[in-house]
Design a protein around this ligand. Structure first.
Ligand SMILES: Cc1cc2nc3c(=O)[nH]c(=O)nc-3n(C[C@H](O)[C@H](O)[C@H](O)COP(=O)(O)O)c2cc1C
Length: 188
């Protein structure tokens, strides 16, 4: 079964970035894809701040990433780049943790002005971690992600469509590269 891990890089709650990932993972689940969201704000702050890369508390997320066929790596734009807490987390991953993984980069920003931050800031870090296979990025601005009274988020049609295109591509590619399971032969 295809397994997709989504990393939410916002320190805030509620978070538009997290809201998009919830929407994206629901779409993937409808296609029988197993998903997990890792929110960096839920990780032990001390491990991140002190760079404790061998902390046993980080082991479960490192294992999830190791098992993933694909990752959605999502960040709000902070000061024209990714968030510091996302970088603190990525710094603690093993050297080539993203090698062989399909990556969908995603960012939310207050304005379109920092659309290219994914290319000039986020992707070089992911490449350093071994990522080579990138899907087309998704960038949404705040007014495309409306916060509802119950704390959930409503995406506008354009961003829903853009996200769906990238996720369809993700599903197609991950299925194409799934190892073919040998036929089971009944032995009586
Ligand atoms: C500290 C801080 C810095 C920000 N810097 C930028 C920026 O440089 N460019 C931009 O377009 N938006 C910037 N924003 C706006 C956020 O990227 C935007 O509101 C985003 O959707 C927040 O995502 P979240 O709700 O998942 O945290 C900044 C917001 C904060 C809190």
């Amino acid at each position: 079964m295809v397994y997709v891990v989504a990393i939410a890089g916002s320190p805030s709650h509620p978070s538009r970035t997290y809201g998009i990932l919830e929407y994206a993972t629901q779409l993937l689940q409808q296609q029988d894809i197993q998903t997990e969201i890792i929110s960096v704000r839920d990780l032990p702050a001390e491990d991140l701040v002190f760079g404790l890369y061998d902390s046993p508390r980080l082991k479960p997320v490192q294992v999830s990433i190791e098992k993933a066929d694909a990752l959605i790596i999502a960040t709000p734009i902070y000061k024209a780049a990714y968030t510091g807490v996302l970088k603190a987390f990525l710094d603690l991953l093993p050297q080539k943790a993203l090698s062989g993984k399909l990556i969908l980069p995603l960012a939310t920003g207050g304005t379109l002005a920092h659309l290219l931050a994914i290319d000039y800031a986020l992707k070089p870090v992911l490449s350093e971690l071994g990522a080579r296979n990138f899907l087309g990025s998704v960038y949404a601005i705040d007014k495309q992600i409306q916060k509802l009274e119950d704390g959930s988020f409503q995406l506008d049609v354009e961003i829903q469509e853009r996200l769906k295109q990238s996720l369809d591509k993700l599903v197609e590619i991950t299925h194409r590269f799934q190892p073919i399971k040998p036929e089971l032969t009944r032995v009586s």
